[in-house]
Design a protein around this ligand. Structure first.
Ligand code: AMP
Length: 209
C-alpha cells in the first residue's frame, strides 16, 4: 500500500510511522530524516539545507521531489511505503501523482496548543535519533537516551521561533493538501491526540474500512 502521512509538525507522524512500519510491513520514508542525516554527515545536500531546516522553512520543491523519486525507486519500496513529511506543497503532490500516486492519505488532526506543547518539550538523541518528551515520555535518566545512552538535545527547529515559522509554513503551504486529497477521495482523517498505540489501532481500522 502507498501511504502518505499528512499533518502539522508535532502531530506524531514520525512516531506513528515507526509503529505502523512494523504493523503494516512497509518502509518508512521521512524527508525530514533524510535531510537531517545529510546534515549530520556533512554531505553537499546537508550543507545546502541546514539553514533552511534550522529556521523552519521548506527545502525547494525540485530538490525534495528528486530525493523522494530516487528513494521510491529502491527495491524495498516496490510493495508500497509510508511517506512521512512529503508532500508538503501542491507542486510536490502533483509530482508524486506522476510517479507513485498514494492510495490513502492520513490526515493527523491536532489542536495548535497541543502541537506547541509537544514540540517545545521534545528531546531527541544526538546519536540514534530516538525521540522523547520532557513530560509525556521522559527518558529514564535525565538528558540521556534510554536506547543508546546518547545525549538528548532539542532539535534546532523545535525552538519557539522556529515552531511558529513551521506552523505558519504548514498553514500556508501544506494545509491546502487536505482539500486536494479530499477531492481525490483518498483522505482519511484521524484524531492524533490519543496515545500512539491508540492512534495506531485507529489507523489500522481506517485502512481496512
Ligand atoms: P520534519 O522532520 O518532517 O518535521 O521535517 C523537518 C524539516 O525538513 C522541515 O521543517 C523542512 O525544513 C524540511 N522538509 C521535510 N520534508 C520536506 C518537504 N516535503 N518539503 C520541503 N521541506 C521539507
Amino acid at each position: 500500500m502507498k501511504l502518505v502521512f499528512l499533518g502539522p509538525p508535532g502531530a506524531g507522524k514520525g512516531t506513528l510511522a515507526t509503529l505502523a512500519k512494523q504493523a503494516l510491513n512497509l518502509p518508512h520514508i521521512s524527508t525530514g530524516d533524510i535531510f537531517r542525516s545529510n546534515i549530520k554527515e556533512g554531505t553537499p545536500l546537508g550543507l545546502k539545507v541546514k539553514k533552511i531546516l534550522d529556521s523552519g522553512g521548506l527545502v525547494p520543491d525540485e530538490t525534495t521531489i528528486e530525493i523522494v523519486q530516487d528513494r521510491l525507486r529502491k527495491p524495498d519500496c516496490q510493495g508500497g511505503f509510508i511517506l512521512d513529511g512529503f508532500p508538503r506543497t501542491i507542486d510536490q503532490a502533483e509530482a508524486l501523482e506522476t510517479f507513485a500516486a498514494p492510495q490513502a492519505v492520513i490526515n493527523f488532526i491536532l489542536a495548535d496548543e497541543i502541537i506547541i506543547q509537544r514540540l517545545s518539550g521534545r528531546r531527541v538523541c544526538k546519536n540514534c535519533g530516538a525521540s522523547f518528551h520532557l513530560e509525556n515520555l521522559p527518558p529514564r535518566r535525565e538528558g540521556l537516551c534510554d536506547q543508546c545512552d546518547g545525549e538528548l538535545i532539542q532539535r534546532p527547529d523545535d525552538t519557539a521561533q522556529a515552531i511558529q515559522q513551521r506552523l505558519s509554513v504548514y498553514t500556508a503551504q501544506t494545509e491546502p493538501l487536505i482539500g486536494y486529497y479530499r477531492k481525490k477521495g483518498t483522505l482519511k482523517d484521524i484524531d492524533a491526540q490519543p496515545q500512539p498505540e491508540v492512534v495506531l489501532q485507529t489507523l489500522i481500522k481506517v485502512l481496512k474500512a
